[in-house]
Design a protein around this ligand. Structure first.
Ligand SMILES: Cc1cc2nc3c(=O)[nH]c(=O)nc-3n(C[C@H](O)[C@H](O)[C@H](O)COP(=O)(O)OP(=O)(O)OC[C@H]3O[C@@H](n4cnc5c(N)ncnc54)[C@H](O)[C@@H]3O)c2cc1C
Length: 276
């Protein structure tokens, strides 16, 4: 089996994981700093075209294979009758003899370009104050809704939706019954392809499937690189920050996320980055 090319050995931003969060980080940084070189790696394969498209958009008969390929290393049903959702696999197989917490039998995830965003149901109600991380503001939610193509009343114009809503209101008098905001709408399930937009065709941007980030390289407590492994062939290599320490050029002298006082470093973008 031939390895695909490794890609750049230095980049301005490495994003580990191409789920909704990683894709959003990549897209926001490219929108705000168009010249930034961005590498997105995902341990899983690209199971749809365009990359990250919601598998629900495929004809029903064609969904089984991409769902199976997204289930990662442990797609089997675990002990204790834990059944992963379609398109996901267990984080680790449950071991009936072992420590249940260690096995985490209830945790499942997708391993594919788009992450769980390739399989999700697209329900996007705004989180209530108690559900919201303190650093996520209303402006951020508006950006997320725009990137995901959220519609507030996606089925309001369909006969089925109108009938269903009327039926629920009859059945649940006095209850607050309304439309669920959804990413996408009738005929198209939203996915990470919507977030990525045309990034995949832009120079300076590379999305590399089947590439595992094995470890981050630290210098004085800061991430300055990462060891990557091509899962098709097993070759490993290091990718480093193109310009560490970060020295913004004149055109980049605002913060990466457009907020005053942000000291977010371009290299720090991963699925777990905290935006300040
Ligand atoms: C069936 C289903 C229905 C859902 N429905 C909804 C819904 O209606 N509404 C809603 O809000 N949420 C829903 N969710 C949850 C939602 O999809 C997740 O919250 C969201 O996808 C999380 O995004 P993420 O980017 O943080 O992580 P993920 O989507 O999990 O993406 C993480 C990515 O990182 C990759 N990765 C991880 N580690 C590495 C590594 N070391 N190297 C390389 N790559 C790595 C993984 O392969 C994966 O692709 C649903 C989920 C499922 C499975």
């Amino acid at each position: 089996m031939t390895d695909p090319p490794e890609g750049p050995s230095t980049v301005d931003l490495l994003v580990v994981g191409s789920g909704p969060v990683g894709a959003t980080v990549a897209r926001r940084v490219r929108d705000l700093v168009p010249g930034a070189s961005v590498l997105v790696v995902d341990a899983g394969p690209a199971v749809t075209g365009p990359p990250g498209r919601n598998v629900h958009n495929l004809p029903a008969a064609d969904r089984a294979e991409p769902r199976h390929r997204s289930a990662g290393r442990y797609p089997a049903v675990g002990a204790g009758a834990v059944t992963p959702r379609f398109g996901t696999g267990l984080l680790r197989p449950a071991d009936p003899e072992g420590d249940e917490q260690d096995g985490m039998p209830a945790a499942a995830l997708s391993t594919c370009v788009g992450g769980m965003g390739g399989h999700w149901t697209c329900a996007t109600p705004r989180p209530g104050p108690a559900e919201r991380s303190p650093f996520v503001g209303s402006d951020d939610l508006a950006v997320a809704e725009r990137l995901l193509g959220v519609r507030a009343r996606p089925y309001a114009d369909t006969a089925a939706g109108t009938r269903l809503l009327a039926g629920l209101r009859d059945a649940l008098p006095g209850q607050d019954v309304g439309w669920m905001p959804m990413a996408g709408g009738p005929g198209e399930w939203g996915g990470v392809d919507t977030v990525l937009g045309d990034l995949d065709r832009q120079p300076g941007f590379l999305l590399r499937p089947e590439t595992l980030c094995r470890r981050l390289l630290l210098d004085d407590g800061r991430v300055v690189g990462a060891e990557l492994e091509c899962l098709r062939g097993g070759r490993r290599w290091v990718v480093r920050s193109a310009r560490w320490p970060w020295r913004p050029t004149r055109s980049e002298d605002r913060s990466c996320c457009g907020r005053r006082g942000c000291d977010h470093q371009p290299w720090a973008g991963t699925s777990t980055t905290t935006w300040r």
